[in-house]
Write a new protein. Structure first.
Length: 286
């Protein structure tokens, strides 16, 4: 039995589908009352669980052989990862834990709360005595869909400075995770999942312009301006400040590593941003 946490999100939902396509028995953790995505088949076992409720996690992980540990960005995300690991220990079965972290987690960068939460989770996992693997993706291409409205007006404005980032397609992340979950030989490995190139944001803007059919200019806005905009848009402060920290990591050039791990795991090259943009030309072009 493979248990997937974070199963209804951008990556988790695709992991569930990919595992079922391989004929794996899958239990997906969902919120109470949620049926899960429509693309899941009836063989997916849906279990309601709460990351802050140990009893619900004990029930959800009973009988697990492998656990995909993916938690949402949240002020308690480090505790949520630890809670799942502790529940896995309590099963007495020593299930293998595949931790979904962030690119660079093994370098333990300071001052980025999202990555710091994964560092804490990885430390706890190593101390648990359970077999483990890490899949560590960089930022997703799909995150640019949230900027589509701005792109359609000819602007890509984020606090990313001049740093290049080896963004990756969430579908490639899911495919790589499925391979790790469904096969053996990955214990103790940290797989860094990136696209085929590190792109500065002006290059991203150029590629978006090519599919939008209009000029798109990248503007490197100040972090304080970006933070104010996020708060005005209704973001909670913890998440907004965390995004500014992450953009600072990008701007400093610490997210530019290009890895071949997607191809190593899936047997095919990672999708390029050019491919992604072309697929979503209607969204960016309006």
């Amino acid at each position: 039995m493979i248990v997937v946490t974070g199963a209804t999100g951008t990556v988790g939902s695709k992991v569930v589908v990919g595992l079922r396509e391989r004929g794996e028995a899958v239990r997906a953790l969902v919120r109470a009352g949620s049926p899960g995505p429509a693309e899941w088949d009836d063989a997916v076992e849906r279990v309601a669980a709460d990351f802050s409720d140990p009893a619900s996690l004990d029930a959800a992980l009973a009988g697990a052989d492998v656990v995909y540990l993916l938690v949402a960005v949240h002020p308690e995300m480090a505790a949520h990862e630890r809670n799942v690991i502790d529940a896995a220990v309590r099963t007495g079965r020593r299930p293998r834990i595949v931790l979904h972290a962030a690119a660079g987690v093994e370098h333990r960068p300071e001052g980025v709360r999202f990555v710091g939460a994964h560092v804490s989770g990885l430390d706890h996992l190593r101390d648990s005595g359970l077999p483990w693997t890490v899949v560590a993706p960089n930022g997703f291409y799909q995150n640019f869909l949230g900027a589509a409205e701005s792109v359609r007006t000819g602007t890509l404005a984020v606090p990313g400075g001049e740093g290049a980032v080896s963004y990756v397609d969430a579908r490639d992340v899911a495919a790589a995770a499925v391979e790790v979950l469904a096969t053996e030989g990955h214990e103790g490995a940290v797989y860094t999942l990136t696209g085929p190139a590190a792109l500065p944001l002006d290059a991203v803007a150029e590629q978006l312009a090519a599919v939008a059919g209009r000029p798109v200019a990248y503007t490197a806005i100040a972090p304080e301006t970006a933070l104010a905009g996020m708060l005005d848009a209704g973001w909670d402060r913890w998440r907004a400040e965390g995004m500014i920290e992450l953009y600072g990591l990008y701007a400093a050039g610490h997210a530019a590593e290009v890895s071949s791990d997607v191809e190593k795991l899936t047997g095919r090259p990672a999708r390029s941003f050019t491919e992604f943009a072309a697929e979503h030309a209607a969204v960016f072009g309006g």
